[in-house]
Design a protein around this ligand. Structure first.
Ligand SMILES: *[C@@H]1O[C@H](CO)[C@@H](O)[C@H](O)[C@H]1NC(C)=O
Length: 294
């Protein structure tokens, strides 16, 4: 092989390597459900498979169901693989979120809004800080989320909250304390997931109703990765633990490749962005200044 093509190969290799070495979250560890989670309600509507490595949430006309993490966490990386309710899922919502338990609560939400057979799901995300939400963004996905498992994850540190779909960042909420915006930093959060009926609002704004003849509706889960500082009641413990991988420089901001992918998602798949909604918000929220690539 000519020296120059070896050189080019090396460059390509370096380019690819630097792309993967950067801020993609640390390795995900696949663990059984019971390692980190317990059912929250309607225990008999959760089905276990494969030694608890996989579960299904079941929604019928009597009830939905949900589960929550055993621990509360302050910062970290949390993910699960989910296969959404297939077929006619209109009216159903599958959610994966982090939330603190107090009144002025912080919350980081993924909500998957079902649809009629063959019609696309919507992924709605939201962030609450100090009890204030109203930060909805909605996208279509670039795949059908009911066919295969895909991973959905949150990276949360002092600098940013990143929502990932299969390691592609779909939303970033930067710490905008300097703009007077509260950022979740001292209230530990639990991780939750649930499947319920929301046909009063979810699909085409509530026009499409859940077809109970199609019940039960099933959402499948696996992986259940949790890598965070497990906090007791207060935040002091995590501070005393020193710097973790998610505090390091490469996780404090997205890198150029990640910004490109974020931009691709946002330009191609955005349906709604609260930062652009001048009817609801004549003055955009302060953090919208940082809403890049909207
Ligand atoms: C459901 O499909 C309709 C028609 O394609 C679409 O307008 C809507 O955004 C889709 N998703 C939801 C959750 O309503």
């Amino acid at each position: 092989m000519a020296a120059s093509s070896v050189g080019i190969l090396c460059l390509v290799f370096l380019f690819l390597a630097s792309g993967t070495m950067s801020a993609a979250p640390k390795k995900v560890v696949h663990v059984p459900f019971t390692r980190n989670y317990v059912p929250t309600w309607a225990f008999d509507h959760i089905k276990y498979f494969n030694g608890g490595n996989e579960i299904q949430l079941l929604l019928d006309k009597y009830t939905g169901t949900g589960f929550q993490s055993k621990g509360s966490y302050l910062f970290g990386h949390f993910s699960m693989q989910i296969k959404m309710v297939p077929g006619d899922s209109a009216g159903t919502v599958t959610a994966f979120y982090l939330s603190s338990q107090n009144s002025e609560h912080d919350e980081i939400d993924f909500e998957f809004l079902g649809n009629r057979t063959g019609q696309p799901y919507i992924l709605q995300t939201n962030v609450f800080t100090g009890g204030k939400g109203d930060r909805e963004q909605r996208i279509f996905l670039w795949f059908d989320p009911t066919i295969d498992y895909h991973s959905y994850s949150v990276l949360w540190n002092m600098y940013q909250i990143v929502f990932f779909v299969d390691d592609i960042p779909i939303r970033v909420f930067k710490n905008s304390k300097d703009l007077g915006v509260k950022f979740p930093f001292d209230q530990p959060m639990k991780i939750y997931s649930s499947l319920w009926n929301a046909d009063d609002w979810a699909t085409r704004g509530g026009l499409e109703k859940t077809d109970w003849a199609k019940a039960p509706f099933l959402a499948s889960y696996k992986s259940f990765h949790v890598d965070g500082c497990q906090a007791s009641v207060n935040a002091k413990f995590c501070e005393s633990q020193g710097k973790k991988w998610w505090d390091q420089k490469e996780y404090q901001d997205l890198d150029a490749a990640q910004y490109r992918r974020l931009k691709w998602v946002r330009s191609k798949f955005t349906i709604y962005n609260y930062c652009k909604d001048r009817v609801r918000f004549p003055t955009a929220a302060p953090e919208c200044k940082r809403d890049r690539d909207a």
